[in-house]
Write a protein that binds this ligand. Sequence first.
Ligand SMILES: [Zn+2]
Length: 78
Amino acid sequence: MNKCYFCGGRTKVKKVSVDFRWAGKLFVVENVPVEICDQCGERYYSAEVSKKIDKLVKKQKSSKEPERILEVPVFSWQ
Ligand SMILES: [Zn+2]
């Protein structure tokens, strides 16, 4: 367990969905163990997690198939 860099609260590892953009596409990885602050909700990704996500996304065509494809509605403010 660690201290939150922003608010000093305690962080705990939880399994969450992580969404991120890469090469103009939105990706979601589920059940990722991420350290999350109890107080402010700040997320801390370990180097191991970042690496694994990187691998999953960059090698998605050759190795692992996505479990399912989500459609994400995107709105423009203007
Ligand atoms: Zn915090």
